[in-house]
Design a protein around this ligand. Structure first.
Ligand code: 13P
Length: 253
């Protein structure tokens, strides 16, 4: 099994004050190093404060998005260098909410991914099918196209720090989780595709994580799947006790 990767995506939630409150509680649960990578992605405005408060813990910081250019006239955007400057080690790219609300395509995600690699951020690339695509029996084809499009032009030497997040759109914020076997089928497909695209050596350590209504109740059965190497958690990462239960999944397997 790969070292698990658990990411809390706070999305557009929490002021600086609320972020500090949440992270102070989280600190109590994550005092010492574990054999799991624990990442939180607060909103941009809270990155600095949160980064300061987790500096002496094993928790690491992620941004929820970035621009692909290094600098310039891009009002409202942030570069990889700026994110590193504020303490981010990871960046989430191509989340379905950005694909939907900000018209991000595989091409956009591909540009950002190359920029993240250039700027030495660890990218977490999100893919996921809609309900219509799943019901039409098109889930696997959709996911393969998204992975291929988002990773286009990369070489085997470029992908080692990347993670892929499979987040079926119909499972995000709906309380409907993909069953462990449904998720496992897609994760396995992504794993095989990565082998095919970049070779086994370059990709066998890439973590493929699941997102979409992950809760303290379903974490253990998800993490028991062979190809689920972690989770990307939305709602349940906004409460310290539920996120703490999620990152402690192993203790109860
Ligand atoms: P929920 O866990 O709230 O369904 O959100 C999942 C998600 O989009 C994480 O990036």
């Amino acid at each position: 099994m790969l070292r698990p990767l658990i990411v809390g995506n706070w999305k557009m939630n929490n002021t600086i004050h609320q972020s500090v409150e949440l992270v102070m509680k989280l600190r109590e649960f994550v005092k010492t190093e574990r054999d799991t990578d624990i990442i939180i992605a607060p909103p941009f405005t809270a990155l600095h404060h949160v980064g300061f408060l987790i500096a002496d813990t094993p928790i690491r910081l992620a941004a929820q998005n970035m621009h692909h250019e290094k600098t310039g006239a891009f009002t409202g955007d942030l570069s990889g260098e700026m994110l590193k400057d504020v303490g981010c080690e990871y960046v989430i790219l191509g989340h379905s909410e950005r694909r939907k609300c900000h018209c991000e395509t595989d091409e956009t995600v591909n540009r950002k991914l190359k920029a993240a690699i250039r700027d030495e951020l660890k990218p977490i690339v999100c893919v996921g099918e809609s309900l219509e695509q799943r019901e039409a029996g098109d889930a696997i084809r959709t996911i393969k196209a998204q992975v291929k499009g988002s990773l286009k032009g990369l070489g085997p030497g470029m992908v080692k720090n990347m993670a892929i997040a499979y987040e079926p759109v119909w499972a995000i914020g709906t309380g409907k989780t993909a069953s462990p076997t449904e998720a496992e089928e897609i994760h396995n497909t992504i794993r095989e595709l990565l082998f095919e695209l970049f070779g086994r050596n370059a990709t066998e350590n890439i973590r493929i994580i699941y997102g979409g209504s992950v809760t303290p109740e379903n974490i253990d059965s998800l993490m028991a799947q062979a190809n689920i190497d972690g989770v990307l958690v939305g709602g349940a990462s906004l409460k310290a006790d539920s996120f703490a239960r999620i990152i402690s999944f192993k203790e109860s397997i």
